[in-house]
Write a protein that binds this ligand. Structure first.
Ligand code: ATP
Ligand code: MG
Length: 338
């Protein structure tokens, strides 16, 4: 393993049991995450995109051991330089890592306790981890509020006195309070108005540059992650189907599903006409995924028997560009800018 990786996830699986009947017998499994591998470098932003239900949140929660993985490894390099497998750690050994690895949640409305003041909310992790109290705590909270563009004079106020965008800033300040080394941002702007989305994205971008954050940035849309991400991984029904440096993925997608996502990104130049690819059919259920390539029933290029019968593996087709598609070497797919 290279020292530069802060997180390496290998063949991660998260299968939730389906229980039915009076006896609550296990009659099947939802394969929410089914063999996912990726790595995140220090100071890197990896975007994780895909349709609703493809398993993005489950990846994030499992990496933080909010769920016990069904299988796979989660190698994390700690602040002290030790390499630990979060998947195998005892829960009591995971707890100290929660200071280093933190999550920003999608919904700034339900993730903040309405009965606590902003000072309490941002200061709580510092108190719990015994990092600061009293005057020092207040000073740290004020500095964090300034950092995320909030007026520290409002620290005695309650979340409902703030707008959605400001609440997400409170959430971000709370996440930053312990100076985490790895942040998993789960759709941090999806619940916000489009105009406010851009502001919060810009904030995250500038925090990234200033603080050298390492982020796993989860979103539905490529357009949300394209600017902030160094690399992007595309998920479909519990698997990563393509992963590449952001620009490469947008210019030259190699997977038909990624091509469809790229076609939905509004072009920077409004005069450029793009052909939006509308995918037909529904996303298959992760409880009963189709045989062969999970994407084949919706793929307009699937013409091989292998697409229907053989599961493609994620392969490095060009340096740093991974794709799981039997036809990747034959197809010439459309990206942004031609
Ligand atoms: N705790 C759970 N128990 C059972 N099934 C779950 C659980 N959490 C998620 N799932 C199922 O796992 C699949 C993946 O869910 P997940 O929330 O990870 O998707 P997602 O990509 O984050 O979707 P969204 O974009 O809507 O947030 C879904 O089919 C979901 O219903
Ligand atoms: Mg989610």
């Amino acid at each position: 393993m290279s020292d530069e990786y802060i997180l390496e996830v290998n063949n991660l699986k998260q299968h939730f049991p389906i229980r039915t009947g009076f006896l609550q017998r296990v009659t099947g499994h939802i394969k929410a995450v089914d063999g996912v591998s990726f790595a995140v470098r220090r100071n890197e932003v990896l975007g994780l995109v895909g349709e609703s239900g493809c398993g993005k949140t489950t990846v994030g929660r499992t990496v933080l051991r909010l769920y016990d993985p069904t299988g796979g490894d989660i190698w994390y390099r700690t602040a002290s330089g030790e390499r630990v497998n979060v998947a195998q750690l005892k829960l009591k050994d995971v707890k100290p890592l929660r200071r280093e690895m933190r999550m920003i949640f999608q919904d700034p409305f339900s993730s903040l306790n309405p009965r606590r003041t902003v000072k309490d909310l941002i200061g709580e992790p510092l108190l719990i981890q015994k990092v600061a109290k009293g005057k020092a705590l207040e000073e740290r909270v004020a500095a964090l509020m300034t950092e995320v563009g909030l007026d520290p004079n409002y620290m005695e106020r309650y979340p409902h006195e703030f707008s959605g965008g400001q609440r997400q800033r409170i959430g971000i300040a709370r996440t930053l309070s312990l100076s985490p080394r790895l942040i998993i941002a789960d759709e941090p702007v999806s619940a916000l108005d489009v105009s406010v989305q851009a502001q919060v994205l810009n904030l995250l971008q500038s925090l990234k540059d200033e603080l050298g954050l390492t982020l796993l940035f989860i979103a539905h849309d490529l357009s949300v992650v394209e600017h902030i991400s160094d690399r992007i991984a595309v998920m479909y029904v519990g698997k990563i189907v393509e992963m590449a440096p952001s620009e490469q993925l947008l210019r030259r997608p190699l997977h038909p599903y990624a091509e469809a996502l790229v076609s939905a990104v509004p072009p920077a130049d409004p005069d450029v006409k793009t052909q939006r690819i509308i995918l037909e059919g529904d996303v298959p259920s992760p409880a009963n995924p189709p045989p062969g390539c999970v994407f084949h029933p919706r793929c307009r290029y699937a013409n091989h028997d292998s697409c229907r019968t053989q599961e493609p593996v994620l392969e490095e087709i060009e340096p740093g560009h991974f794709v799981a598609c039997h036809l990747a070497r034959q197809l010439s797919l459309a990206g942004i800018g031609g």
